[in-house]
Design a protein around this ligand. Structure first.
Ligand SMILES: *Cc1c(COP(=O)(O)O)cnc(C)c1O
Length: 428
């Protein structure tokens, strides 16, 4: 017997949408149970079709730096919609947006807007290949760059130097051009670069990873990675789709003190609408059509609604740089609170945090790379997730994800979360 509206909707959805969802992690597969169908978000809270209220730590998987429905983004959208939703011709707000991104992130000289993070990373790789005339790329095990064919690759076993597809439908030939190195292990990069001398177009990395859970690159690792790319004329791409405007105004590159050649954005730059962008050094970006020969286009790219929402978000960041201090204070309060209740309940799990991104890994060993992350007890995480959900706390429904604190989270929210964590730890 299906008792809740969410359960009924999920059953119905599965008849018409693969797995009932439009993006896999929403289906709760790795934690079990039924996803909640959401009707409304406001500030730090979301509300489901059954009338339940949750303190939200997903924030639509990253975009909602200011919580749900902040007044200044809603106002910008309402104003924009009066003039029409799309023209397929240039608009002033696109120029303003590009200028603002390059003002906030010093490594960006030119930027192209697209519609998702996936599109941004795929296009950045194409630009790097067009610029260098080379075909191979290096990615890191455990980093996620969207669902482009040549990113859905994991390390081959043993003697294989090339990767293998992680999804049916990705060809072996795609995999052959993607080499996979170990995060925070510079020797694994050196080896691949030596074995493929003069053939590597780009190295792409989440310099602060969110997609194996939160893991920060070591300072020496990321500086050496920069040197290798400079020496070998390899385009260094920071995938900041999650970290851009999240961990600092200037993203992971600001806090690590390393400038990539290209950067990809998404999530926060859309202010909650579907947006991505890639940008960086002018001489590379100028290979993009129509200024250069590398083709990349989009019917809705630079869409006026998305640009106005994104511009409102970034302009708020520009005018209120103090929000990162606020986010740091709220996030460290939550981190310390959870650490305390872990101690009092005799749990020894790991918390990794960079600014307002954090992950509670259900393992007792420190996590600095993918191999350490996957030692986590995902079953136990699933149990904890449901204990928290039942107490009105909405965490990501998968162990290897970050939870996000927004400026809208109040001390009361954080205290409630810490109390719920204490009870949940006790019940494990
Ligand atoms: C979310 C994400 C992507 C993919 O963005 P979509 O908008 O979901 O296509 C790419 N890279 C990173 C680091 C991400 O977090």
């Amino acid at each position: 017997m299906l008792t809740s509206k969410s359960e009924k909707l999920f059953e119905e959805a599965k008849n018409y949408i693969p797995g009932g969802v439009n993006s896999p992690v929403r289906a709760f597969k790795s934690v079990g149970g039924t996803p909640r169908f959401i009707v409304k978000g406001n500030g730090s809270k979301i509300y489901d079709v059954d009338g339940n209220e949750y303190i939200d730590y997903i924030g639509s998987w990253g975009p909602h730096l200011f919580g749900h429905n902040p007044e200044f983004i809603t106002a910008a959208l309402l104003k924009a919609i009066e003039n029409g939703t799309s023209f397929g011709a240039p608009t002033e707000i696109e120029v303003e947006m590009a200028k603002l991104i390059s003002e906030l992130v010093p490594s960006i000289e030119m930027v192209r807007m697209v519609n998702s993070g996936t599109e941004a990373t795929m296009s950045a790789i194409r630009a790097a290949r067009g610029f260098t005339g080379r075909e191979k790329i290096i990615k890191f095990e455990g980093c996620y760059h969207g669902h482009g064919d040549f990113f859905l690759i994991k390390a081959g076993s043993g003697a294989l130097t090339f990767g293998v597809p992680t999804s049916p439908g990705v060809t072996k030939k795609n995999a052959a051009d993607t080499l996979v190195a170990d995060f925070n292990d510079i020797n694994s990069v050196k080896r691949l670069v030596q074995e493929n001398q003069g053939e590597i177009a780009a190295i792409i990395i989440e310099a602060v990873v969110g997609n194996m859970g939160t893991v920060r690159a070591n300072d020496s690792f990321i500086k050496e990675l920069r040197s290798i790319c400079t020496e070998e004329n390899i385009v260094l791409i920071f995938d900041e789709v999650m970290t851009g405007f999240r961990v600092a105004k200037g993203g992971a590159q600001e806090i690590l003190g390393v400038q990539p050649d290209l950067t990809t954005f998404g999530k926060i730059i859309g202010g909650g609408l579907p947006v991505g962008a890639y940008g960086g050094r002018k001489e590379i970006m100028q290979v993009i059509s129509p200024s250069g020969p590398v083709y990349q286009a989009g019917t809705l790219s630079g869409n006026p609604l998305a640009m106005n929402a994104g511009f409102a978000a970034l302009n708020h960041i520009k005018n209120h740089p103090e929000i990162y201090q606020t986010l740091e204070e709220k996030s460290s309060y939550l981190e310390n609170g959870i650490k305390e209740v872990m101690k009092s309940t005799g749990k020894n799990f790991q918390i990794n945090r960079v600014g307002s991104m954090m992950t509670l890994f259900f393992t007792s060993e420190p996590v600095a790379d993918y191999n350490a992350a996957i030692k986590s007890d995902t079953k136990l995480y699933g149990k904890f997730f449901h204990e928290m959900l039942n107490r009105g706390i909405y965490l990501p429904p998968a162990q290897f994800e970050a939870f996000f604190v927004s400026t809208a989270h109040t001390k009361e929210d954080l205290d409630k979360t810490i109390r719920a964590a204490e009870e949940s730890f006790r019940s494990l």
